[in-house]
Design a protein around this ligand. Structure first.
Ligand code: SAH
Ligand code: SF4
Ligand code: F3S
Length: 434
């Protein structure tokens, strides 16, 4: 009987992609996926270290898994991802039920770790994905594709440059091959991923350096691929050719995630973001000029050390000025080993809570208004799967709104036109257009 692998994924989309690829590696070793930890022979937690809460989740999950291991000592438990990279040895010390820890750049060595245990947090020079068998066949019409990993930006609050290592772009020919294979499996939408995806500069098939814009243009030419997205970007890497691509590539969806973190120049400087608030606003103007219907999304941190009420007010003003289609907001979490940790005056927790609530009020008001503005419009929807109600299907608008409507099951994987009738708390509903 085949052995079974259970993977639980935390954190960003890059971890989601990595988890799929780890299934590929272990499939070659005779492991089938399962979604029940109780029946697994191997359990992998693919973890996130970005905020303290994210990292703590791992230890509580391991505590819950411990009885499984006690009942079946041959069960293997491994910790992968960014917590493994940051605290590999410590995890094995703190939780003896764990057999091994593996950092994000060492997944091609999973089989050896499963067999022998230990900690592998090396940063090898070669592309790990080259030595990982392809992910198992996909059924969903949407897929992630990691094109770039790591980060050289060293924002003062962030662990990513330490957990993922230096910025590395995968060669374009390999990515085009993967994109073609995805299209053949029925994938219609690909989201290109990277911690700094718009800094992509991979080796082209012709030997030259390819930018993200070039890569997007080439993938857009692949038959079957109807939609492209990319995430996440740094404002300083929004080059002219990438902005132009938003105006020229019909398949590039009019939705851009462009984190800004703060609206205060003093805080931006302390964060080492290397741009001012005005630079960001001017950039948004240029992007909107290229693609007027683009919706913006962002990331914000409130309560960075030393953030004053006046500085926070500038963040609110920036959010108001942009009018985000959606955004993610976080309370600053001090991360060991980062430059901001332990420097400057910590903002008290209740103040962070209060600022977060005020920022969220602005963001959710704009998000709601944007979603409601879809009512009465006819939108192209990529149908993903059956909805909860009988005969209902659910898909995504170009702006990533979930859209529910009645339609035949065969529409899954197609782009259909839907007349939007209503805007609910988290999704739109409508009618399939004739
Ligand atoms: N590479 C991405 C960010 C990855 S982390 C980028 O630069 O856009 C995703 C988000 O988590 C960040 O944009 C930031 O808003 C938030 N974040 C990162 N470190 C954090 C910390 N120490 N405390 C709170 N939020 C943090
Ligand atoms: Fe972290 Fe900054 Fe790099 Fe994004 S750009 S991953 S926030 S260091
Ligand atoms: Fe988390 Fe690592 Fe992604 S820290 S956000 S899983 S890069």
């Amino acid at each position: 009987m085949a052995k079974k692998l259970f993977v639980k994924t935390y954190g960003c989309q890059m971890n989601v992609y990595d988890s799929e690829r780890m299934h590929g590696v272990m499939a070659a070793e005779g492991y089938e996926p399962t979604d029940r930890a109780e029946e697994a022979d191997l359990i992998l937690l693919n973890t996130c270290h970005i905020r303290e809460k994210a990292a703590e989740k791992v230890y509580s999950e391991l505590g819950r898994l411990k009885p499984l291991k006690e009942a079946r000592p041959d069960l293997k438990i491994g910790v992968a991802g960014c917590v493994a990279q940051a605290e590999g040895e410590e995890i094995l010390r703190r939780q003896p039920a764990v057999d091994f820890a593996v950092g994000p750049q060492a997944y091609h060595r999973l089989p050896a770790l499963v067999a022998n245990g230990g900690v592998d947090t090396e940063f090898p020079l070669e592309d790990k994905f080259l030595r990982m068998p392809a992910a198992p066949r996909r059924r969903a019409p949407t897929a992630f594709l990691t094109v770039q990993e790591g980060c050289d930006k060293f924002c003062a609050f962030c662990v990513v440059p330490y957990t993922r290592g230096a910025e590395v772009s995968r060669p374009a020919a390999r990515l085009l091959g993967e994109a073609r294979a995805l299209a053949e499996q029925g994938v219609r939408e690909i989201t290109l991923l990277g911690q700094n995806v718009n800094a992509y500069h991979g080796e082209g098939p012709d030997g030259g350096d390819w930018t993200l814009a070039r890569l997007l243009r080439e993938i857009a030419g692949i038959e079957g691929i109807e939609r492209l997205r990319y995430t996440t970007s740094h404002p300083n890497d929004m080059s002219d050719d990438l902005i132009a691509a938003h105006g020229e590539l019909e398949k590039l969806m009019p939705y851009l995630h462009l984190p800004v973190q703060s609206g205060s120049d003093r805080v931006l400087k302390a964060m080492n973001r290397r741009h001012r608030a005005d630079d960001y606003l001017a950039l948004i103007e240029r992007i909107r000029a290229a693609r007027p219907d683009i919706a913006l999304s962002g990331d914000f941190i409130v309560g960075f050390p030393g953030e004053t009420e006046a500085e926070f007010a500038q963040t609110l003003a920036l959010a108001e000025a942009v009018g985000y289609g959606s955004a993610f907001t976080f309370k600053y979490s001090s991360r060991p080993g980062t430059p901001a940790a332990g420097v400057g005056e910590q903002v008290p927790e209740p103040v962070k809570d209060e600022r977060l609530a005020r920022l969220n009020a602005v963001i959710s008001r704009d998000q709601k208004a944007f979603q409601t503005s879809m009512v009465g419009r006819r939108l192209p929807v990529l149908v993903e799967k059956a909805g909860r109600l009988d005969g209902q299907m659910v898909g995504k608008s170009p702006w990533l709104h979930a859209v529910h409507f009645l339609a035949p099951a065969e529409t899954a994987g197609q782009v259909v036109m839907v007349d939007v009738v209503e805007s609910g708390p988290n999704s739109l509903s409508g009618r399939l257009a004739a």
